[in-house]
Design a protein around this ligand. Structure first.
Ligand code: GDP
Ligand code: GDP
Length: 435
């Protein structure tokens, strides 16, 4: 699986964030009720007619300093570098401006599809007023109204029509993992240490339009792909150091991998930014391994590892399923164990449990902890079955889905974890009304 990236560009106030919010509105948040998960308003997963993609509002990525022109230049560059499809937005109430022309000129340099939409076309007269935008040379402008939602469906149809067969790009049997974390925790060093003796077989994935580099190698008969090693290397763009950009990089790497190695730095401890990155890893529903790097640095005694582990568990409560490994990219200590852990988590993500076994477990679980009474009505669970892997997803058939609250779901997930090895992978439980 590989999610296409769609970027919205346009001068300030044309309505990028309004359109962004319209498009992502239908998104079903999996973990909304869990604490600690941060959400950034400028990237989101979106879906239209069965096509999933990542949407970026480039207007939300601003440099720490710089004139408006520079900001917009950087935003257009991000779209050109990162996106698979670019949507340039204009504003019919202001007609075509010289700043629109400047943006268009930058976009001419890309071979990527550019879709032109003209916003604030709130009524039929305004929808007829978009013709001066033809002169930008991006074909038929699509009139939209972020306020009313009109035209947004047409825009989405046009966007998803550009995706092609990108979705089938990774149909090999490699285990795909990404290495993420805030700057300087040692991501590049770790990638180099993991690759160490491996013979890299693919350094540049063919067919990727954006400049992401995936690195593949074989180890003990298994193929692995480290996703987006380009994002790990520094490329020296002006926008490279903005936090939002690095989060975008991390989000797309996570979405395109089976497993994420969340790297922490033992010498600095846990910082706020680590939590943001962790929230994204959890949110994506992929496997997560917490890698504490630079374990050569701290003064240690017999309880150091346990203490650090306790801190991690306290700070990242929602990642309670993620195994923790203490390594040093510098000395190589325990680096070889990382791939073993990746194998194990991959195996767990793809684990399937027979329905008969699940229902024995359900019987036992409801005996230990009876289902709750909610407003005088008792939750009844009739049957449980696994419907998907990666992440393992279970459906419970109940009398009323509203009665299955977070805490009882949590209890069922814990029962599953106690009985089967799901280390490293989130588990999803969905409730359906029994017909
Ligand atoms: P951005 O700077 O490009 O992200 O623009 P915003 O989404 O913040 O919108 C700028 C202003 O335009 C806000 O006051 C919006 O309410 C307004 N706006 C956005 N979309 C529409 C629209 O379709 N019609 C009208 N009339 N106003 C809109
Ligand atoms: P990135 O920004 O996350 O890719 O981090 P780098 O791999 O560039 O590493 C940042 C700094 O930490 C560099 O100076 C590395 O040499 C150093 N570093 C990385 N891993 C280790 C480690 O395991 N131990 C020690 N002592 N230093 C490390």
């Amino acid at each position: 699986m590989s999610l296409p990236i769609v970027a919205l560009v346009g001068r300030p106030n044309v309505g990028k964030s309004t359109i962004f919010n319209r498009i992502i509105k239908s998104r079903v948040a999996i973990v909304e009720d869990e604490p600690g998960v941060t959400r950034d308003r400028i990237y989101s997963k979106a879906e239209w007619m069965g096509h999933e993609f990542i949407l970026i509002d480039t207007g939300g990525i601003t440099l720490d300093s710089g004139e408006i022109d520079e900001q917009i230049k950087a935003q257009a560059e991000i779209a050109i570098d990162e996106a698979d499809v670019i949507v340039m937005l204009g504003d019919v109430t202001n007609h075509l401006t010289s700043m629109d022309e400047t943006i268009a000129k930058m976009l001419y340099r890309t071979k990527k599809p550019v879709i032109l939409a003209v916003n604030k076309a709130d009524n039929p007269e305004q929808r007829n007023d978009i013709y001066d935008f033809y002169s930008l040379g991006f074909g038929d402008p699509i009139p939209v109204s972020g306020s009313h939602g009109t035209g947004v469906g047409d825009l989405l149809d046009t966007i998803v029509a550009q995706f092609g067969d990108k979705a089938n790009q990774h149909e090999d049997d490699a285990i795909r993992f990404s290495v993420i974390g805030r700057p300087n925790v040692g991501k590049s060093s770790l990638v180099n240490a993991i690759l160490g003796e491996q013979r890299v077989i693919v350094a540049d994935m063919e067919g990727t339009t954006r400049d992401a580099i995936d690195t593949s190698f074989n180890h003990n008969g298994q193929k692995y792909t480290i996703v987006d090693t380009a994002g790990i290397r520094r490329r020296g763009k002006v926008y490279e150091k903005t936090e939002k950009y690095s989060v975008l990089r991390a989000v797309s790497a996570i979405e395109n991998s089976d497993i994420t190695l969340l790297v922490l730095d033992a010498s600095t401890g846990i910082r706020e930014q680590d939590k943001h990155v962790a929230g994204y890893a959890h949110d994506a529903g992929r496997g997560v391994i917490i890698v504490v790097n630079k374990w050569d640095l701290p003064e240690k005694d017999s309880s150091s590892m346990k203490d650090f582990e306790d801190t991690i568990r306290r700070e990242f409560q929602y990642l309670d399923y993620a195994p923790i490994i203490f390594v040093s990219a510098k000395t190589g200590k325990r680096v070889p164990d990382i791939l073993n852990l990746v194998d194990k988590v991959y195996h767990n993500q793809n684990r399937r449990i027979q329905s008969s076994v699940l229902n024995d477990l359900l019987l036992e679980a409801t005996r230990i902890t009876p289902t709750p009474l909610v407003n005088g009505k008792r939750l009844r669970i009739y049957y449980m079955t696994q419907v998907a892997t990666n992440p393992p997803t279970f459906i419970v058939f109940v009398n009323d889905p509203e009665l299955l609250h977070f805490s009882y779901k949590r209890f069922l997930i814990n029962q599953l974890r106690q009985n089967f090895d799901f280390t490293g992978t989130p588990i999803k439980i969905l409730a359906r009304k029994r017909k």
